[in-house]
Design a protein around this ligand. Structure first.
Ligand SMILES: [Zn+2]
Length: 267
């Protein structure tokens, strides 16, 4: 399996990289750092236009749900810092960060991301040793740990690409926010206990095992990165679920049903 993954020349998405504080400080110094100014109320009208143009999840909502989505994005951006490192972002990027945060938890009325203070949008992507060479194994998103706890790192180009090609089942920012949902119970293990009832844990584990087995045998269209572990399975299949729900329903009805349950999708 490892060989297969290497061969595919993928951009690696790392769930929880053990990124040491000195290494990050070095990177931060190297690329410079900026803080996005606080989101003003006037941003709300522009946000609506950006979401309408760029985010199909939003476009498929009813008028009432759209207003709720906009409100939730504004609230997320007002309660979490967005900073940049080594790149510049615009209001569209800011809206996409907010949309990525809201999409996985949109059906949870009182959701708050505890355990997150800051989203750092960085660029360019870097390899795990910060050497910055080659395309393989490049980091495009991760959750910080240790001294970098409560920070999420997203590569700007991957953030944009996730929403530019919405039907490919690949969305780095949604992936990382699903890891954060998973982490709410203290462990990133593919079992988001804050939203999944205890009696469904075992069936969910069994389903993950079966679907990962299919991937390992080359009998699945799910991104093979999902077979790296249960935590990656949840995050990768959530990307697929939010971007291509019809395709998932057709090809993986059992998984589609389970993820509808996990994310409380009423449709
Ligand atoms: Zn991941």
């Amino acid at each position: 399996m490892d060989g297969e993954i290497e061969e595919m020349n993928w951009v690696i998405i790392v769930a929880v990289l053990v990124l040491s504080f000195p290494v990050w400080k070095f990177f931060e110094r190297k690329v410079g750092r900026r803080k996005w100014p606080a989101v003003q109320v006037s941003f709300a009208s522009r946000l609506k236009r950006i979401l309408g143009k760029r985010v199909s999840f939003y476009k498929n909502l009813s008028a009432r749900e759209k207003r709720r989505f906009e409100f939730r994005v504004m609230r997320f951006l007002q309660n979490h810092e967005v900073t940049t490192a080594g790149t510049r972002i615009n209001e569209t990027d800011l809206a996409l960060v907010g949309a990525s945060a809201v999409i996985p938890v949109f059906r949870f009325e009182r959701w708050r991301y505890r355990g997150l203070d800051e989203v750092v949008v960085f660029g360019p992507s870097f390899d795990r040793n910060f050497a910055g060479t080659g395309e393989e194994g490049r980091v495009v998103g991760l959750l910080g740990t240790g001294d970098l706890d409560r920070k999420m790192f997203l590569c700007r180009d991957a953030l944009r690409k996730g929403f530019a090609q919405e039907k490919d089942g690949d969305n780095t920012a949604i992936h990382e926010f699903v890891h954060l949902v998973d982490k709410m119970d203290g462990r990133v293990d593919g079992i988001p206990k804050v939203i999944i009832r205890r009696q469904y844990v075992l069936p969910w584990l069994e389903l993950m095992k079966r679907k990962i087995g299919e991937i390992e045998k080359g009998q699945s269209d799910i991104n093979p990165y999902a077979a790296m572990g249960n935590e990656e399975f949840l995050a990768v299949t959530a990307e697929y679920f939010f971007e291509c729900p019809e395709k998932m329903e057709e090809r993986h009805p059992d998984l589609h049903k389970a993820l509808r349950y996990v994310f409380k999708d009423p449709d």
